[in-house]
Design a protein around this ligand. Structure first.
Ligand code: NAD
Length: 372
């Protein structure tokens, strides 16, 4: 670690940490879809069920056509938040077609279905991500039943192989690309100061943030910019890896509360809240702030993220995406009700100010601990 050489001896040269690597096989590049046949072979898959959302069904079939009879069935009913009745229908098809593997072609919704099927049946799971959400690199599965979402984490949820092909992301609309990319940056920002942070994931996080922050403004101007698309997908992989490896804090908790309680759109909520959550935590995370200054090339990382949100054309105020003003107090109460680790302790007044700023769309500012 660089710190060790600079240590004065007044503090430990290398702090204790635990690191566990993710076992997923990752193939990244241009035209890698052509490697899918050999990936299936390496994974021992002879009969695959192809998964997608209804909108991506044709693209998924076209991209996998060369596999011929290896694709024994396709299910194009994946939906956001992995409803268990959708999983049950897909599982019936998986069993009826005697498939021994699933290919999840799409974003977090399709990969969520792939995870749900693999963890239930033990089949191999090959993910082909086409957004920047990062689910393919995490052992986390969120599922909904009767309108309630539950989340679980276990090693057998992680896909066995992930195939990133830059060309498959060219069709992702630029507006979705911008917010999806900032959503990915949020995973890496919180990974820098996670309770179980480690030097490997901090390096990965810095590089993921740098790559996405560089690439996203170019993609919004020209969605067909192949170099920018490559950087963004590379950054999304790295940020997904961070999400899959270390725990998150206030930012993710707050977005989960706002998304679940007020039905706000997932990626936009992340993009709006991130600069304010960072400004809140800044006094408690000097090392992470130094890493962020380096990754973003800016002395004021919270403001740089706020500016990035504007450059990608994302909304900058929660009031613009459906949060009523009364929601400021409700969300404050809900976050405080469920204890959650955060580098800076949560006080009601400061948390409320954070949410109020995000609601109105003001630029992020240091938040003092006023009357608690
Ligand atoms: P998504 O998978 O729902 O995709 C959004 C829309 O974009 C869909 O209509 C899809 O068909 C379309 N789309 C996807 N790729 C496209 C492409 N290349 N071109 C054109 N259109 C394309 O959205 P998402 O943001 O990728 O994933 C969100 C879901 O993933 C949420 O349910 C979220 O909770 C979950 N998620 C889970 C994790 C995890 O670790 N478990 C991590 C991130 C997100």
């Amino acid at each position: 670690m660089r710190r060790s050489r600079l240590s004065t001896g007044a503090e430990p040269a290398v702090r204790n940490f635990t690191y566990r690597g993710l076992p997923t096989q990752v193939i990244f590049g241009h035209g890698t879809i052509g490697d899918l046949g050999s990936v299936l072979e390496q994974q021992g898959v002879r009969r695959a069920l192809l998964l997608s959302t209804p909108q991506r069904a044709q693209q998924a079939l076209d991209a996998t056509r060369s596999l011929g009879d290896t694709i024994v069935a396709s299910f194009a009913g994946a939906r956001m938040h992995t409803p268990i009745d959708v999983t049950a229908s897909a599982q019936a098809l998986l069993e009826a077609s005697a498939a021994d593997g699933v290919i999840a072609f799409g974003g977090g919704s399709t990969i969520g279905l792939g995870k749900a099927l693999a963890v239930r049946t033990g089949v191999r799971h090959i993910a082909i991500p086409t957004t920047y959400a990062g689910s393919e690199m995490t052992p986390i599965l969120g599922e909904t039943a009767d309108g309630r979402k539950t989340t679980r984490r276990s090693a057998d949820i992680l896909p066995h192989a992930v195939l990133y092909d830059v060309a498959l992301t060219l069709s992702l609309p630029t507006a979705i690309s911008g917010t999806s990319g900032i959503n990915a940056i949020a995973h890496a920002v919180e990974g820098l100061y996670a309770r179980d942070a480690n030097p490997v994931m901090q390096l990965v996080a810095q590089e993921g943030i740098r790559a996405l922050a560089d690439a996203l403004p170019g993609i919004v101007v020209n969605g067909a910019d192949l170099a920018a698309r490559e950087q963004a997908l590379y950054g999304a992989w790295l940020c997904g890896m961070v999400l899959g490896s270390v725990g998150m804090a206030l930012h993710h908790k707050l977005c989960h509360t706002l998304g679940g309680g007020f039905d706000l759109p997932h990626a936009e909520t992340h993009a709006i809240v991130l600069p304010h959550a960072l400004a809140y935590n800044a006094p408690a995370i000097p090392e992470a702030m130094a890493m962020l200054r380096q990754a973003l090339g800016d002395e004021n990382p919270a403001h740089a993220l706020y500016t990035l949100t504007e450059r990608v054309g994302a909304p900058r105020a929660l009031r613009l995406i459906g949060l009523p003003e009364s929601g400021i107090d409700t969300a404050t109460d809900q976050v405080l009700e469920n204890a959650y680790w955060n580098p800076r302790p949560l006080t009601r007044a400061a948390l409320r100010e954070l949410i109020a700023r995000a609601w109105s769309g003001e630029s992020p500012a240091p938040i003092e601990d006023t009357a608690a």
